[in-house]
Write a new protein. Structure first.
Length: 687
């Protein structure tokens, strides 16, 4: 006997016809928030289409989480059923948007009417249909808008000569767009009203798409790193936080927005590292600031040799006077002398013999550091303690953190920690120092890190730079990962800086500062062109500040301080350099030259307030030894230049001016003079 089976039910039926898909920015289907910063216009794109030949109206609706009202902006078609719009954000915190698509019955009717009129067909019936559409819209409207729509419906219904009928007296002024019914029908005011009061139950709205809006500093800023203990003006003593305060005018002259300090906490003595990372410290060796913790305290204490927490308060306040934000290092690890080692031994992984394994990244060994065990059974207390560290420094005015090796801690921890911080303080910025695999770096960005160090230090050829920057600025990665380019760090002295001389330092500075809106240098090592490695083949500095106190001659004749200041002044003066999404590469017939541009109010002029376009074109000679030249084929549209229109490029580094015309122009750069052009594109007004 065969038992009959009930037929399987299909998906719930729907009469909604539009389809909305392919939304961007949308990170992992909305699992994570896309990123924006105060002052941005969030660009939204989506595929939206409908069966048949009806026209669609698409719009983006947006709001800050917690607001009652939604803003809206109409989307424009890009072709192939792709639509685009942008909405402004001016407050930090979580936002969301939806894409809404509906059949625009009035626009469809009007398009078909125009086609019939053009073909010489009788449109009497169609005019009656239009009158019915307007009457139905009037029934859904209220007040003055209802009156206007009803009057327009009457005009169509009572038009004896069709579209050529003159408009009656007394028509609401909102509709007085011409002399005839045809003028009324094809006018924009009526089209807007008819669309707004179309049927309310036929639109398709996407699920909410989250966007986290962060401070402007999360998108645009110039970072400067220094070791406080190396800031003393007296070669006979180490520097202090008070000396850092005295160093602030110099940092401000460089044009830095962020002053980043490596860990300022007490340094352990057990297994302390010696000079150049030696496993045994000699008398007076300062040790590594990343070996955090001693009898003087842990992550919420200040190394007594540097000062006190009150000195941090004074530094933060003094920096703010100069327009500088202080960033502290979050290194969630401990020296063997950290109070947590004895107070919470369960937070560390023990060997079978009861000892704690020190940190390793084979073949590197860090005998002076114990890693925290995020798999501990007491993980809740550990996580709360680390959250408490962040809150402690926030309460002392610190709102920017550079996070050391976040890829060695669980993603879930960072998502929880950053989310918990931003729930109360959405203005806090986190920079991820994760030189790791791409997917890991991307995941850290998704879970909440505001910015990320990148592979820039190892991208040096033209094709490497073009490929990498295209990935960072033109693919969905750009929706959630903000790159921060650093030519050097205390850990990274690349071979090209070791051997390339001043031309390489200048070229790498220009590339970092103009390719991305956020960049940084480790100084004074960078501007003083420190280039000696610990040993051949090493990326470690000789006499590294990581292990020793240094004394710097800031007035050295070969210092690049003036160039750094000039570059940062250019960045501040030119909005084009304060965003990444408009980066475009231009072809040049020499692989030793790389050419790219950034623009403001060119690609996005329909979204931004009125203003003159700002366009910067950069040419860099990647060869530190020889002059290089070539013919550049410019994408004039990306520069906002009309074909055949002469224009001027003003070199912002040398103040030279060049007159160019057309897309093909010649460039030549001698690295012994200046290895780069940073050109403002100036289009003279039409005569």
């Amino acid at each position: 006997m065969v038992t009959a089976r009930a037929p399987r039910r299909a998906a719930a039926p729907t009469r909604l016809r539009p389809v909305v898909e392919g939304i961007r920015p949308l990170v992992d289907g909305g699992r994570f928030a896309a990123k924006a910063a105060v002052g941005d216009v969030v660009a939204v794109e989506a595929d939206a289409f409908v069966d048949g030949h009806d026209l669609l109206h698409c719009e983006v609706r947006y709001q800050r989480d917690g607001d009652r009202q939604w803003g809206s902006v109409a989307m424009r078609p890009l072709g192939n059923d792709r639509w685009r719009a942008g909405f402004p954000v001016d407050t930090v915190g979580p936002h969301r948007f939806v894409v809404r698509a509906d059949v625009d019955r009035w626009a469809t009717w009007r398009r078909d009417l125009a086609a019939r009129v053009g073909a010489g067909q009788d449109v009497t019936s169609e005019i009656g249909e239009g009158a019915a559409l307007l009457a139905a819209a009037a029934g859904r409207a209220k007040g003055a808008e209802r009156t206007v729509l009803a009057a327009a419906a009457s005009c169509l219904a009572e038009a004896p000569r069709g579209l050529e009928t003159g408009l009656p007296d007394g028509l609401p002024t909102e509709l007085a767009a011409g002399d005839t019914v045809g003028d009324l029908v094809f006018g924009d005011p009526l089209a807007d009203l008819a669309r707004r009061f179309g049927p309310a139950d036929t639109a398709v709205t996407s699920p909410p798409c989250p966007v986290m809006v962060e401070p402007r500093l999360a998108r645009f800023g110039s970072w400067y790193e220094l070791f406080p203990r190396s800031t003393s003006p007296d070669a006979n003593r180490p520097g202090t936080l008070a000396d850092v305060v005295d160093r602030l005018p110099y940092v401000a002259r460089l044009g830095a927005d962020v002053l980043y300090l490596p860990p300022i906490h007490p340094i352990g003595t057990t297994s302390r590292k010696g000079r150049n990372g030696a496993t045994a410290a000699g008398p007076g060796d300062a040790g590594s600031p990343w070996a955090i913790g001693s009898a003087d305290g842990g992550h919420t204490a200040v190394d007594p040799d540097l000062g006190t927490v009150d000195d941090v308060d004074r530094l933060v306040a003094a920096a703010a006077v100069h327009g500088i934000t202080v960033a502290l290092d979050l290194a969630f690890q401990c020296s063997p002398d950290h109070p947590w080692v004895t107070e919470h031994p369960q937070w560390f992984r023990h060997r079978p013999d009861g000892s704690i394994r020190f940190a390793e990244n084979p073949p590197k060994q860090y005998q002076d550091i114990y890693p925290l065990d995020f798999d501990t059974a007491d993980w809740v207390a550990l996580w709360d303690a680390l959250f408490g560290v962040v809150r402690f420094w926030i309460d002392h005015g610190v709102t920017v953190f550079r996070v050391d090796n976040p890829h060695t801690k669980p993603f879930g921890f960072w998502e929880w920690l950053i989310g918990s911080v931003k729930a109360d303080r959405p203005d806090v910025v986190f920079l991820s120092e994760a030189f790791t695999r791409p997917r890991v770096m991307e995941r850290l960005a998704k879970v909440g890190f505001s910015q990320s160090y990148t592979y820039f230090t190892w991208r040096r050829t033209k094709w490497e730079l073009e490929e990498y920057l295209t990935e960072l600025t033109r693919t969905p990665v750009a929706d959630y990962l903000r790159p921060s380019f650093w030519p050097n760090t205390p850990d990274i002295l690349t071979d090209q800086l070791q051997t390339g001389g001043t031309p390489t330092f200048v070229a790498r500075l220009v590339l970092a500062a103009t390719m991305t809106a956020s960049y940084g240098i480790y100084g004074p090592a960078f501007e003083l062109q420190q280039h000696t490695p610990r040993e051949p083949g090493s990326e470690e500095y000789a006499d590294s500040e990581k292990y020793a106190v240094r004394h710097w001659d800031l007035d050295a004749p070969d210092s690049l301080a003036d160039l750094v200041a000039r570059i940062n002044a250019v960045r501040r003066a030119h909005p084009a350099l304060q965003y990444d999404h408009t980066l475009r590469f231009h072809h040049v017939d020499n692989d030793q030259l790389v050419v790219y541009s950034k623009s403001h109010l060119v690609d996005d002029r329909e979204w931004w307030p009125d203003g003159d376009p700002d366009v910067v074109l950069v040419v860099v000679n990647l060869d530190p030894a020889y002059p290089q030249s070539g013919w550049v084929d410019l994408d004039l549209a990306a520069l906002g230049v009309e074909p055949g229109r002469p224009f001027v490029v003003h070199d912002l580094l040398t103040n030279a001016h060049y007159r160019w015309e057309g897309s093909r122009n010649f460039v030549s750069l001698d690295p012994a003079v200046v290895p780069a052009h940073v050109l403002a594109v100036v289009v003279p007004p039409a005569q």
